[in-house]
Ligand binder design. Structure first.
Ligand code: 7PJ
Length: 260
C-alpha cells in the first residue's frame, strides 16, 4: 500500500492545483513501482497535529479520488470521518482505512451498505494527545481485545469478515517499547484474530528512535521493519517508498519460498 498524502503540509509550495498535479504524478510513479493499493489521506495524523475540518478534508481528498479512480489500482481513503467515507464510497473508493477503528458514531453505518474493504486500526487517545503518556496493562492483549471488539461491531453492522483487515497502529498512542512488542508479536495478533494484518511503520518515529535518523533518512530502517512485519505474516505494508519495498519483498520472498 503506497501512501499518498494530499495535505498542504506535505507540499512545500501550496496551491491546490499544484498539490493535485503532484499527487497524481506521485501515484503514477507508485504504480510504475509496483504498488497494489493507493492510500489517499487528506488529514495528517502526525502526533500533535490539529484535526482538519470536514469540508477541507473533502476538498483535498475528492479531487485526487476522482483523478485516480480509473488508474487501475484499488484506492483506499485514510479517514475517520463518516461523511468523508460516504462521499468517497459514492465516488467508488475501494477501501476505507480508519485510524480510529470505525469508532466515530455512524462510521460503520457509512461503510456497511457498500462492498468496500475496511482497515480497522487501533489508536490510544487522539492524534493531538496520543503520544503524551501512552500506557497499557498489556499492550498486546489490550490492542488485540480492542481490535476483536471492533471486528465484532463491524460484523454486527452487517459487514462480512472477508472485507476486513486489522492494524495495531504503530505510533498511535504507543512508546517505542509498545511498538516493538507489537511488531515482535504481529504474527500472534494475526493468528488470534484470523484476519489479514496491515502494518504501517514507514518512516515513523520508532525508526527514528532506534536509528537516530531524521524522517528523510529512515528508508533502510523502514525496510528492515517492513520485512520483519512480512515475516510475521503481515499481508499489507503501508509505505512511502514503494519501489524499494517491492524490491526488498521480492528478494525476501524468493529466499523464503525456496525451501528445499
Ligand atoms: C497509519 C495509517 C498506520 C493505517 C497513518 C504516518 C501516520 N493507517 N495512517 N496504519 N499511519 N492503517 O503514516 O506516519 O500505521 S498516518
Amino acid at each position: 500500500m503506497g501512501i499518498l498524502n494530499v495535505t498542504p503540509d506535505s507540499f512545500s509550495d501550496g496551491g491546490r492545483f499544484q498539490s493535485l498535479e503532484l499527487a497524481i504524478s506521485r501515484a503514477e510513479q507508485m504504480i510504475a513501482d509496483g504498488v497494489d493499493i493507493i492510500d489517499i489521506g487528506g488529514e495528517s495524523s502526525r502526533p500533535g497535529v490539529a484535526p482538519v475540518p470536514l469540508d477541507e478534508e473533502l476538498r483535498r481528498v475528492m479531487p485526487a479520488l476522482y483523478a485516480l479512480r480509473d488508474c487501475g489500482k484499488p484506492l483506499s481513503i485514510d479517514t475517520y470521518k463518516p461523511e468523508v467515507m460516504r462521499e468517497a464510497l459514492a465516488a467508488d473508493a475501494d477501501m476505507i482505512n480508519d485510524i480510529n477503528g470505525f469508532c466515530a458514531p455512524g462510521a460503520l453505518q457509512a461503510v456497511a451498505d457498500s462492498a468496500c474493504g475496511l482497515c480497522i486500526m487501533h489508536m490510544q487517545g487522539d492524534p493531538q494527545s496520543m503520544q503524551r503518556d501512552p500506557s497499557y496493562r498489556d499492550v498486546q492483549g489490550d490492542v488485540g481485545a480492542f481490535l476483536q471488539a471492533r471486528v465484532q461491531a463491524a460484523q454486527q453492522a452487517g459487514i462480512g469478515r472477508e472485507r476486513l483487515c486489522i492494524d495495531p497502529g504503530f505510533g498511535f498512542g504507543k512508546t517505542l517499547e509498545h511498538n516493538l512488542a507489537l511488531l515482535r508479536r504481529l504474527g500472534q495478533l494475526q493468528t488470534e484474530l484470523d484476519l489479514p494484518v496491515l502494518a504501517g511503520i514507514s518512516r515513523k518515529s520508532m525508526i527514528g528512535a532506534i536509528t537516530g535518523r531524521p524522517v528523510e533518512m529512515r528508508l533502510a530502517g523502514s525496510l528492515a521493519a517492513a520485512l520483519f512485519a512480512a515475516a510475521q505474516g503481515a499481508q499489507i505494508l503501508r509505505v512511502h517508498d514503494v519501489a524499494e519495498t517491492v524490491d526488498a519483498l521480492k528478494v525476501w520472498t524468493a529466499v523464503s519460498n525456496n525451501k528445499e
